[in-house]
Ligand binder design. Structure first.
Ligand SMILES: [Zn+2]
Length: 131
């Protein structure tokens, strides 16, 4: 199976695990590491709001915890039928761990998704090489 399609399916599946009782905005994400492992995540909200974490960060942190510090693709699905793009905080976290050719896949549904270069989404960014 095409890897982008596989990531789309994983993100859609992960969306079902979202804990979003406050916003009712369920998000799923799946990331592909440089060595072709897939990690997925969902958004996890909190009654005090601030500790809420996005699906993309859950997936990335799971990968990093397992020792995968380079991410080459991030697939994201929020509201079905609409494209959901990563928030500013997630863009910065993706920036920390992305490969130079990292791609973002935004998903409308199982059949409709689009791929963008991460640098298009987050140009002139600050990252590890900026220090
Ligand atoms: Zn986010």
């Amino acid at each position: 199976m095409d890897i982008n399609k596989k990531l789309v399916e994983e993100a859609l599946k992960s969306r079902n695990n979202a804990y979003a009782p406050y916003s009712n905005f369920q998000v799923g994400a799946a990331v592909l590491t440089e060595d072709d492992e897939i990690y997925s995540g969902c958004n996890i909200e909190n009654a005090s709001y601030t500790p809420t974490v996005c699906a993309e960060r859950v997936a990335i942190f799971k990968a990093v915890y397992d020792g995968h510090k380079k991410i080459k693709k991030v697939a994201i699905v929020g509201k079905l039928g609409d494209y959901t793009f990563p928030c500013g905080v997630c863009r910065q976290v993706i920036r920390e761990f992305c490969t130079t050719d990292c791609e973002i896949i935004v998903i409308k549904n199982k059949e409709e998704y689009q791929t963008l270069k991460f640098t298009e989404l987050f140009p002139h960014s600050f990252g590890p090489d900026s220090l």
